[in-house]
Design a protein around this ligand. Structure first.
Ligand code: SF4
Length: 145
């Protein structure tokens, strides 16, 4: 039974992947089933459906911000950080946010150590100018922290 708004036909066993027009990607039989259930393995609450709806599901192309947008986003973050009096999060808070929210996030890019949505660097580093999480004035563009 479909628990989401997924309207794809589940392919027959052994049949190839189908193209999902709504999420603009190929989906195997199992992926269509997951999309319809909305469940996502060990990450309760996230849901494959939601990940695809947000553009970060399996086989979806992640359109990362380009260099110009990344630079603009970073400049804005630093300006806000300066306006806040360079307030920083505690090392414990940085570690918590990074390990429990950003690192497992579908928008986290481990190769660049950055966020695919805003393009800023996120990590466990304590130096605010190199880590958006360390800047107390900054928040997740997806409202996760
Ligand atoms: S800042 Fe938000 S969207 Fe970006 S990687 Fe971290 S939790 Fe994900």
């Amino acid at each position: 039974m479909t628990q989401t708004e997924c309207s794809c036909e589940v392919p027959e066993k052994g049949a190839g992947a189908i193209f999902c027009k709504r999420h603009e990607c190929d989906k195997s039989r199992r992926m269509v089933q997951l999309c319809q259930m909305g469940a996502r393995g060990e990450e309760p609450g996230l849901g494959y459906w939601r990940a695809w709806e947000e553009g970060g599901g399996p086989r979806q192309k992640q359109s990362e911000p380009g260099v110009v947008r990344k630079a603009a986003s970073y400049t804005k973050a630093v300006a806000k950080h300066a306006a806040s009096g360079f307030k920083k999060r505690s090392p414990e808070e940085i570690e918590r946010i990074y390990t429990t929210i950003c690192e497992p996030c579908e928008f986290y890019n481990p190769e660049e150590g950055g966020c695919r949505v805003c393009g800023c660097r996120v990590g466990r580093g304590k130096r605010a100018l190199f880590n958006k999480i360390a800047m107390a004035s900054q928040h997740c563009p997806k409202g996760k922290w």
